[in-house]
Design a protein around this ligand. Structure first.
Ligand SMILES: [Zn+2]
Length: 353
């Protein structure tokens, strides 16, 4: 296809979605976990994010409590229906894994993996025994050879140090996020913690667009400090129009834009956090715009990455070598002589970048 006028990039990957609550903000009352509702919203949210360019997505899904395995079943159905369009994987998030109540959670977590959740996760800080929770998650992960992806605000450096010590050397990898609290710690403590995470090979997923229901804090992790300590940092979208962020866009280019504009990353490094590092955190093979690499690509109008992060309306998304989504935007300036002088369309329509 003719891509003149387009910049061709490795496609973004969405490292932190919440498929079971996405697009629920407009409904009255509490979030519906009815299987059909969840499947419909998870499918719609994935397609929305695919339109933005994310051809691979990791979605956290709550299991246990009243939801049982219903929401997970629905998300796995969405995963199957989206095959060929986007690669959606599910992280099982049990509530409690220790004590008497934990036995149920643990059984539910094992069932989740057997059903098709490919990652084990959850929020250890909400368990009465956070360290016990992490131990249980790591045990289930190593039993099944699954990656681990845990929620934490990262407000307690001692807890993070224990997590890093336990996670060190775990294969496949351990990811934590959104770690907003790390930015509030004294610089020397945050820096020592970053060194421990780097040494343990733990990836950090930050959520520059505002966070998610799995974490209380809004702040973004100290991205530059983590990167300079050698931690792999990827950026996800978090909440997509659920009650914790009713205006979430789920756009990886917006996450990259915020890393560049608010955190001082070069546009290339900001885009890396939502593409190359994101794919690496998901355990996916590297993509380069070269022969021999997976054809997971995003074409945006323009010729520079900075321009694409500034605004990119028009996008062509390629998954497994096939165009799977196409967005084009048009704008016209009505009879403006000033627009005509700049060669901008004043009659008819011009495609926007
Ligand atoms: Zn989350």
């Amino acid at each position: 296809m003719d891509l003149s006028g387009y910049l061709l990039l490795p496609a973004p990957a969405e490292v932190h979605a919440h498929a079971d609550t996405a697009l629920s903000a407009d409904a009255d009352g509490p979030v519906s976990y009815d299987a059909q509702d969840v499947q419909r919203r998870a499918t719609e949210a994935t397609l929305l994010q695919l339109g933005h360019g994310a051809t691979a997505l990791r979605a956290h899904v709550r299991v246990g409590d009243v939801k049982g395995l219903g929401a997970l079943t629905a998300v796995l159905r969405a995963r199957r229906s989206l095959r060929g369009l986007a690669e959606l994987t599910a992280v099982a998030m049990p509530r409690v894994l220790t004590g008497v109540a934990g036995a149920d959670g643990l059984a539910m977590l094992r069932d989740s993996v057997k059903m098709g959740a490919s990652v084990v996760g959850g929020c250890p800080d909400l368990d009465p025994d956070p360290t016990g929770y992490v131990e249980a998650v790591l045990e289930v992960a190593s039993e099944h050879g699954c990656p681990v992806d845990l929620h934490t605000d990262a407000t307690d450096p001692a807890r993070l140090a224990r997590l890093a010590a336990m996670a060190g050397g775990m294969r496949p990898g351990v990811t934590i996020g959104p770690c907003g609290g790390l930015g509030d710690l004294p610089a020397d403590v945050a820096s020592r913690t970053a060194d421990r995470l780097a040494a343990a090979g733990v990836s950090v997923v930050c959520l520059p667009q505002g966070g998610c229901a799995g974490a209380e804090r809004r702040g973004t992790a100290p991205v530059r400090l983590l990167r300079s300590a050698g931690v792999r940092v990827a950026a996800g979208s978090g909440a997509l129009r659920d009650t914790s962020n009713p205006v979430g866009r789920g756009d990886p280019l917006e996450a990259a834009y915020l890393l560049a504009s608010h955190h001082g990353l070069r546009p290339e490094d900001a885009y890396d956090a939502v593409s190359t590092s994101a794919r690496a955190a998901l355990g996916l093979p590297e993509v380069r715009v070269e022969a021999g690499f997976p054809a997971e690509l995003l074409a945006v109008r323009g010729d520079r990455l900075a321009g694409a992060l500034s605004l990119a309306y028009s996008r062509i998304v390629v998954h497994r070598g096939r165009v799977v989504a196409r967005t084009s935007a048009v704008r016209e300036y009505c009879n403006s002589a000033a627009a005509a002088e700049l060669g901008l369309p004043r009659q008819g329509r011009g495609e926007l970048s």
